[in-house]
Design a protein around this ligand. Sequence first.
Ligand SMILES: NC(=O)c1ccc[n+]([C@@H]2O[C@H](COP(=O)([O-])OP(=O)(O)OC[C@H]3O[C@@H](n4cnc5c(N)ncnc54)[C@H](OP(=O)(O)O)[C@@H]3O)[C@@H](O)[C@H]2O)c1
Length: 274
Amino acid sequence: MKTFKEFSGKMAFITGGSSGIGLACAELLAARGADVAVFARGREQLDKALAKIELHRVTQIQRFLAVGLDVSRREQVETVLNKAVADLGAPDILINSAGVSFPQRFEDIPYAKFDEIVHINLHGTWNTISILLPHMKKHGGYIVNVSSVAGYIGVYGLSAYSASKFAVMGFSEALRSELKRVNISVSVLCPPDVDTPMLERSNKIKPEETKAISSSASLMKPIDVARDVVTGMGRGQFLILPGSGTRYTYIMKRLFPGLVQSIMDGQIKKAAQR
Ligand SMILES: NC(=O)c1ccc[n+]([C@@H]2O[C@H](COP(=O)([O-])OP(=O)(O)OC[C@H]3O[C@@H](n4cnc5c(N)ncnc54)[C@H](OP(=O)(O)O)[C@@H]3O)[C@@H](O)[C@H]2O)c1
């Protein structure tokens, strides 16, 4: 299995690299000497991110780039990523952090929202990997897909999001065993709540029951999650579970799924009574 401990001279492509976890990974990899290209939709945010990444430069020869891309649009992904490879070379590292959430009860999620979430979180991950794989296969590499704690526990208020993130887990697991033979390692990252603009937006609209469940877990900083990503890549760890609480809930869910459900049911009941 390919592991990465040394990042100097490595090229990292990071979707969702203009904000939150993706940006923290971009900054950390830049500080470790990597070349970094970040991809997202919003130009203004991309420019701000590029300026932040630049602050972590350690050598004059490092290349940083911020490119407009909607990962859910297959044709655009093909054009933009093939051009990025022509300009920069094939990535050694691909981090799929682009993602969206819409925490509402199932009945309050319009079909169009569900469609958007799945197209960005799942199809987006599929799109970037399928376009970049032929290039990455030539010299091997590392892919990190971003799922969530909601990718192994179905959480109240996160039906669309959990559906997309469970799918990213299954996709990543299958991919891990297929890509081993071409010297590409695959990890899946399952963060708990992380202090990012996504969480800030989510907190404004999430049902009280969802808040009650997530308030029982600790809040992480994006940079600490990025450190766990880099450590996980160094160990070739398939499942990257940032924070001890996340590792505990993962084990509990695997061993005692009924208990985890009844704890959550209790939290939901209390929140509903309030
Ligand atoms: N924060 C948390 O509590 C948490 C917990 C578990 C998992 N996660 C996952 O971690 C990942 C990063 O989330 P975050 O919290 O860092 O969120 P964030 O701060 O909102 O960043 C999301 C990034 O994804 C980009 N993005 C969204 N839709 C895109 C699209 N269609 N095409 C390309 N880029 C797109 C955004 O830029 P544009 O909008 O400009 O495109 C932004 O750069 C997501 O996959 C999320 O599901 C987050």
